[in-house]
Design a protein around this ligand. Structure first.
Ligand code: ADP
Ligand code: MG
Length: 629
């Protein structure tokens, strides 16, 4: 779009409309069908209040393509317009609407504007695809029909027409540049995208329907077929109904209607329904959420009064819930504004808070009413919950009741239950509660076993953002609680109880041994640490300090400290000075034999951490065979 001041006067409005929102040309159809819907709903209203007493039948909307003459017809059986009304609503109201719209957005880049391009241009958006537009309309009032024609200039003609039946027919003479809209497939696609749930039946062509066979029909008789209207929409989608009128099956059927290509069933749904202080209806579904969070967004559809608006609900739905699926419908969301404005808008904030609260309430009631089932679904929903706890403080608070900590034994505990269970055994000498966890049951098996043998509980926390979450939990608990991964240190050191074990080696021997070990192991990766532990603990083990590891993980999943991710892997090699083997190494006088023992012990320690690979692994295997032969 050009910048500067374009004087949007009647003379240049048509060229502008044609150019405006180039990529959004397709919205013309939605605008015309919206108008046809409005006219039909007005008619129903007039019947309801007794203004109209005659039988109105079952008004529908029809879209017809006349390929040969390059025309599209949009026909409704709504209230229609008298000549006077055409003058007023089309020449003045609709026109000023279009003018105002263009005036407002003439300086803005259509792409930047996000939702802009939806709504506002109204009737005149027809000129984005047509060089000539005709209206044939007959009011429900007893007055002659009208015929309005306009060829994209400020000139129009308005005359009487002989249309007999009530309603409006809009005829678009399609531009050569827009002939894609004369294709059945293209129109079908648009109708499905924007009008799938509009409240008035929309006919597009016909289709064949098989009649049920008569009772006395022969086996091989072909079923009879009849031509019926092809109605492209469902005028009563589930979200417009009362939750009490819907069964679980209805919700599942509606999910399939929304996502025909989705074979997996949703885990559960949340029906949204408020009319004060804002109006919002909708149904959200929890699908199975996999570890890859990025691919699951943009599945929630936003509607206004059953007209599709967008599937980008950023700013309206809290970010962590954009992983859900479903529909929200609210006439109260301002649409022709930019996204940054949307996020600051207080009505939108209220909507976003309401959705968060409803989701939290639903999770809480699922947990309370059927904990077993909730636990079964935990692995499929935890990412949403954990992500919500991280990004939304109100949700964090509410989630305390239903956020679960699975143990490596398959138990699921709330934080309070967990604390009660472990606090006697796992409080350290500084009165800090140490919560142990593993991220992989297989890879960390030796560490998990060692911790359990000591009577500790070990959690299994394996979602991608867990390091961020435990960081937050520790802060919330004012650092009276520490989460430590089981391989963060030797089990004797995980929870320091202040009972020092005496070393079997003298300080002098210890220093000597340390030097010998450092000569053999790659010290750029391993920091050698001499520790007096119980004699039945492993002679050597490899640990990775909690802080370093967690910072690295946080960096990889976003946030955390920038520099950590690029640091080389770093481990501690813990040497147990009370182990008989270590004593033997310390007392071995021949250098060659000593080095071999150190290497072998070190490699065993690496093996149990899954760190022994490549040439080192080959050497280890060969050395081991040598030793036992
Ligand atoms: P809006 O729908 O926001 O009012 P439009 O530019 O789409 O703006 O339409 C302008 C007016 O023209 C409508 O308010 C309505 O009064 C009239 N109108 C448009 N289409 C129809 C129709 N199919 N039947 C009856 N009236 C119509
Ligand atoms: Mg309109």
């Amino acid at each position: 779009m050009a910048t500067g001041s374009i004087n949007v006067s009647a003379d240049n409005i048509f060229p502008l409309i044609k150019k405006f929102l180039y990529s959004d040309h397709e919205v013309f159809l939605r605008e015309l069908i919206s108008n046809a819907t409005d006219a039909t709903l007005k008619l129903h209203h007039l019947v309801r209040i007794g203004e109209i007493k005659t039988d109105i039948g079952e008004p529908k909307i029809e879209v017809k393509i006349d390929k040969e003459n390059k025309k599209i017809h949009v026909i409704d059986q709504g209230v229609g317009m008298t000549q006077e009304e055409v003058k007023k609503y089309i020449n003045e109201v609709a026109f000023s609407g279009a003018e105002e719209f263009l005036e407002k957005y003439k300086d803005k880049d259509a792409k930047d504007a996000g939702i802009i391009g939806h709504f506002g241009l109204g009737f005149y958006s027809a000129f984005m695809v047509a060089h000539k537009v005709e209206i044939f309309t007959k009011s429900w009032k007893d007055e002659p029909a009208a015929h309005w024609t306009c060829e994209g200039t400020t000139e129009f003609t308005l005359e009487e027409a002989d249309k007999q039946d009530r309603g409006t027919e809009i005829v678009l003479h399609i531009n050569d540049d827009d002939k894609e809209f004369l294709e059945d497939n293209r129109i079908s696609e648009l109708l499905t995208k924007y009008n799938k749930f509009m409240p008035v039946p929309i006919k597009f062509g016909t289709k064949e329907k098989e009649l049920p066979k008569a009772d006395d029909a022969k086996e091989d008789e072909q079923p009879k077929k009849v031509e019926v209207d092809n109605i492209i929409n469902n005028p009563d989608p589930a979200w417009t109904k009362q939750p009490s009128d819907l069964e679980d099956k209805d919700y599942k059927d509606f999910y399939r209607e929304l996502y025909p290509m989705q074979f997996e069933e949703p885990l559960f749904h949340i029906h949204l329904n408020v009319d004060y202080p804002f109006n919002l209806t909708g149904i959200l579904y929890f699908p199975k959420i996999t570890q890859d969070m990025s691919i699951q967004k943009d599945k929630i559809q936003l509607y206004q009064n059953q007209v599709f608006v967008t599937d980008n609900v950023e700013g309206i739905v809290p970010e962590f819930l954009t992983m859900l699926r479903g529909v929200i419908d609210s006439p109260d969301i301002p649409l022709n504004v930019s996204r940054s404005y949307l996020q600051a808008d207080s009505a939108v904030k209220k909507i976003s808070n309401y959705i968060t609260k409803k989701v939290a309430d639903k999770l809480n009631s699922l947990f309370k009413n059927n904990r077993e089932d909730f636990q079964k679904k935990w692995d499929d929903i935890k990412v949403v919950i954990e992500y919500g706890m991280l990004t939304d403080d109100k949700f964090f608070e509410k989630a305390q009741k239903f956020n679960l900590f699975p143990t490596t034994d398959g138990e699921y505990l709330t934080y309070d239950e967990l604390e009660a269970k472990v606090k006697d055994v796992q409080t350290d000498k500084d009165d800090k509660l140490i919560i142990l966890y593993a991220s992989n049951k297989e890879a960390q098996h030796p560490y998990i076993k060692a911790a359990k043998d000591k009577g500790y509980e070990v959690l299994l926390l394996d979602s991608p953002i867990v390091s961020h979450l435990i960081q937050k939990l520790e802060t919330e608990k004012e650092n009276k609680v520490s989460f430590v991964r089981v391989d963060g240190d030797h089990v004797d050191n995980l929870i320091k109880k202040g009972e020092d074990i005496e070393s079997a080696l003298s300080d002098e021997d210890k220093d000597k041994l340390k030097e010998n070990v450092e000569n053999v192991v790659p010290t750029e990766t391993y920091t050698v640490q001499m520790e007096a532990m119980s004699s039945d603990a492993a002679p050597m083990m490899i640990t990775q300090p909690e802080f370093m590891r967690r910072m690295k993980e946080m960096q990889q999943t976003g946030g955390g400290m920038g520099m950590m991710g690029n640091m080389p892997e770093n481990y501690n090699l813990v040497v147990n000075t009370n182990h008989p083997l270590i004593n033997e190494i310390a007392n071995t006088k021949t250098q060659k034999k000593r080095e071999r023992l150190i290497k072998q012990s070190m490699d065993l320690a690496r093996l149990s951490q899954g760190l022994l690979k490549g040439e080192d692994l080959t050497n280890f295997v060969n050395r081991s065979f040598d030793m036992i032969k």
